[in-house]
Structures are given as structure tokens and as C-alpha cells.
Design a protein around this ligand. Sequence first.
Ligand code: NAP
Length: 423
Amino acid sequence: MPQYKVAIVGAGPAGYFAAQALQNLQSDELKFSIDMIERLPTPWGLVRSGVAPDHPKIKTVAKVFEKIANTEGFNLYGNVELGSDVTIDVLKAKYDAVVIATGSAIGKKLGIPGEELPGSISAAEFVPWYNGHPDFSNHEPNLDCDTAVVIGAGNVAMDVARMLALEPSELDATDTAMHAIEALRNSKIRKVVISARRGPEHAAFTSPELRDLPKLEHTNVIMNQADIASALDRAGAEPEKEVRSNLEAMRIISELLASNHARTMEFQFLCTPKEFRGNGKVEEVVFTTSEGGEKVIKCGLVITAIGYEAAALDGVPSEKGKVLNEDGRVGENLYVVGWAKRGPSGVIGTNKSDAADVMNLLVADLKDPKPTTELSSLITTAKVISQSHWESINAAEIAAGEPHGKPRIKAVLREELLRLGGL
Ligand code: NAP
């Protein structure tokens, strides 16, 4: 019975769904041994370091990941970095197929004056900071100001704005990184403006996220009724289903009775960012309005949430922030799935069918199996996190959270994670 070895690089949703698709394709005639390689000492990708901590339901998909990881033939190699610990060429030579599932981690830039000023950061830094990603634990977003502006009208912008505008005690029962809970507790920010360059009918928010906003108990959520009324006019009598559903959710928000909480989240539309200005740090954001005028918002923090690009990987061709591919095929025995393949769009579940399609191609391309090689003999790092090491980290974090009513307290430093793993 042929047994093929597949290396999956990246332990996020796309990587796990690729592994699951291979497991589902197994038969008496076809077996896979799957080695999942992850740069961090922890797996789960965006489920750990992207999903907003106040949306714990989305994270329950981690149970599916753990089931995949505990299926025969699956091995986790955490704390192993492609490029420095093992190269793509070595993987391609030793494995029957290699699947890139490294996502898109770099925040897109606006490319306007002042974007590099202190006080201007990307959601690609802020989100992993509050989620305890080891590479971002030293960041210190400026929360010592009254107003923050979030640029972008997608779900990431909304997550970021909510995290800034929530009453901090609402984060106590979440797995928000402890350093972020502390910083947000001391935050002076009381107003968060989410700014969209187009009208509400073009916003990339999804309606379940919009429908959650009126449930915020300690935050004023403000949308202008006139903005929504003109968007409804522009959308016409038969808008697409998603647009109709979004506009309905926004209409409800715009008609919310005024509340008088200390914290406010306010939406503005049809304002294109033109410049960030300030003396050595961000002090205001200048927008061009749809009428061609100028609008200025004074603020000390501006977070851009306008999409992501995939980081280039040595030996993997890329173009326009994605791995160059045709339906997931990159080259001989090299494939790509998830955001690195199709760009930063879609929810976690989108990766399931996407990865399954690519794994069907991979299986169709298989030739005779290569001789078996142990990945541990190919990698240079001594401290590899296996599934059982990860399970020790996971159990320790959950146990640390329990007395505090939290799902877990995340360890954020690499050394601490390795120690919890027993290394
Ligand atoms: P997104 O949904 O693509 O939204 C990006 C936003 O940035 C758009 O509103 C876009 O406006 C705006 N933008 C792009 N370039 C801009 C520029 N130069 N100036 C001003 N605005 C600009 O991306 P995302 O928010 O990063 O989310 C990525 C994916 O993850 C999405 O599919 C999202 O639904 C998903 N996600 C889901 C959840 C959830 O389910 N809870 C949470 C987070 C993320 P234009 O349309 O005008 O280009």
C-alpha cells in the first residue's frame, strides 16, 4: 500500500483543513503521513492570534484542529521556521508533496504622508499584540489619547475598534493577552472612529458582526441615519443579498436610541485618508470627503485595517502579496492553500473547501512515493514542539485561566512556551 509523505508549512486553519482533506482522501490503497511545520511554538494560526478574544465561539474550531492532529499519521513540528531551520528545497526533495499554508501576515499600507509617524500602526501589529503573539508582546500602541481612528470597513477594522471601545472589564473573561488587558484597562481612549472610504453599501463588514454591535452593553455605537438612507437609495430596489442584509443591520444600528456610556464607537463613510499629521507623532488624520472637501480628526492613534499581504518565502514565487499559483499548484510537488493562495478574504470555514480542492489536485499529481526520511534529521533547531509538547502548553494555559474564569491565560514569550511544553 503506497504511503505518501506530505509536509504542510503553517499550522493555521488552512493548514489543518489541508491535513483533514488528505486524511479524508485516505483509503486502503492510499495512506498519508503528514508533517505540519509551524514557526511558532503554538499551532492554530489566526484562531489563536487573529480571532478577536471577545468572539470565543469562533475559536471552538480548534477542537476540529486537535482531532485532526490526533489522527494517525499526523505529526506537529512547532518552533521550526521555514528558511532558517529547514529550506523549501529540502522539503521538496524529501517529501512527495509540500503545501504552503502560511497565510498573509503583513498589513497593507495606505502609502500616504505621515503613515510612518509613531502612533500609526497596522492591524497586523495590533491584533497579534492583544492576542499574545510572541513577536508582538513588546509593542506599545499609544492608548494615552482620547481618540483613535481605525481605517478600513472590514471585519478586522471592526474587531480592532471593538477591542479599543469595549469597557475593559468585558475582557476579563476572555483570553486577551494579560499585557493587553492591563494596557486597555489604563487606556484613555474614549472615542473610536471607524472610517470607510466608500459608502455603507460597499462596506466589507459581514452582517453577523454588524448585528452583534447593538448588543454591546457599555459602548455607544453611532451610525448616521442619513448615511444609511442614502446608501439604501444608491443600492436600488434589488441589492445583492449580502448588501441588503448589511444595510438592514446598519439601519438598526443607526436607529439605536442614544446611550450615554463613557466609550463610543462611531462609523464614518465616504472619507478617503489623505495624510496623517503631527509633530513627531500622529496628532490628526486628514481625509478627503466625497464632495472633495477636507475633514480632520484629531487623534493620537490610527490603526490601518485595509487588508494583508503574504510575506515572501525563499524558494517560493510570489506576486502581489500572494504565492504565485494556478488553482493552488505552485510548481512540481509544491502547493499553496488559504490566504497565501487566494489573498486575505473569507472566514475560517472558507479554507475548508478551498484546501479540499487543492488536495484533490495534489493527489491527482502523486507519483511513486519517495523513500522515507525523518523530518527531525533535516532540521537544525534542537527545540521542536511536538503535538504532546503542545498539549502540555495547552493544558497549562487552560489551568492558569480556570481560577480567573478565563478560557486560558496565554504564555506570550517563546521561552515560557517552550518551558510549559517541557523543553
Ligand atoms: P476586508 O474585508 O477585505 O476589508 C478591507 C477594508 O479595507 C475594505 O473596507 C476596503 O475598502 C478597505 N481598504 C482597502 N484599501 C484601502 C485604502 N487604500 N484606503 C482605505 N480603505 C481601504 O479585509 P479584513 O477586514 O482585513 O478581513 C479579511 C478577511 O477576514 C475578510 O474576509 C473578513 O470577513 C475576515 N474576517 C472575519 C471575521 C469574522 O468572521 N468575525 C473577523 C475578522 C476578519 P474598499 O472596499 O473600498 O477597498
